[in-house]
Design a protein around this ligand. Structure first.
Ligand code: AMP
Length: 214
């Protein structure tokens, strides 16, 4: 089993770039934020616990997200090639991923970080709209749906994420700098980090990511 880790600030375009490249690169995406939002929507015990952290822009406890990721990977095939979008986000979560890989003989192929300045991601998040049904992501100014407020792919009504409110965005960015930059430094020290410039159109960023992973 192979794993590629995808890192980047909230609003760096990780999920959008991932959606463009997974097929081309033969990767199965696992987005930790989507898994948590699904758990919240289904009101599972983990979802109820996670929602109070998510709504205030904090990270959920390492053990909670670690268990969800490890259950999913362990239930998958040995031949799987995963793109982990949003996990690990703390140094202890790196340790959890190392343990999962050691348990199932998996290999960390690369860690990619999509780099974008805080001012850019703040503007992106404030205009972001998401499809609650198929998870497609839009932006009111830079990537609008064909019909305002309606998903191009599945026609569901688009929503703004509850954690994309201005004060929560600032908190999420602070958390990213405080907790996730240590992960980036640690993967750089291991020699597996690839840096991708996240400024520009969706296709350009996806192409840079594809090249970085070739
Ligand atoms: P995202 O969709 O990746 O921006 O994640 C949304 C929210 O889910 C984050 O602000 C965190 O509260 C939570 N979350 C997602 N991934 C993780 C993770 N690896 N560790 C802790 N919390 C996470």
């Amino acid at each position: 089993m192979d794993v590629v880790v995808l890192l980047g600030a909230p609003g760096s375009g990780k999920g959008t770039a991932a959606a463009r490249v997974v097929q081309k690169l033969g990767l199965t995406p696992i987005a930790s934020g989507d898994m948590l939002r699904d758990a919240v929507a289904r009101q599972t015990a983990a979802g109820i616990e996670a929602s109070r952290y998510m709504n205030s822009g904090e990270l959920v406890p390492d053990a909670l997200i670690g268990r969800m990721i490890s259950d999913l990977i362990e239930a998958g095939s040995d031949q799987a090639r995963y793109l982990l979008d949003g996990f690990p986000r703390t140094v202890p979560q790196m340790g959890i991923l190392d343990a999962i890989l050691a348990d199932c003989g998996g290999v960390l192929k690369a860690a990619v970080v999509i780099e974008v300045a805080d001012a850019v991601v703040t503007a992106r998040l404030a205009g972001r709209q998401v499809c609650p049904a198929c998870k497609a992501v839009y932006h009111v100014a830079t990537l609008p749906p064909k019909r305002a407020g309606v998903c191009d792919a599945c026609a569901a009504a688009l929503v703004q994420r509850t954690d994309d409110l201005p004060e929560t965005i600032a908190q999420r960015l602070a958390v990213y700098h405080r907790q996730t930059e240590g992960v980036i430094d640690a993967y750089a020290a291991r020699g597996v980090l690839k840096r991708v410039d996240g400024v520009g159109g969706v296709d350009a960023v996806a192409e840079r990511m594809t090249q970085a992973l070739k």
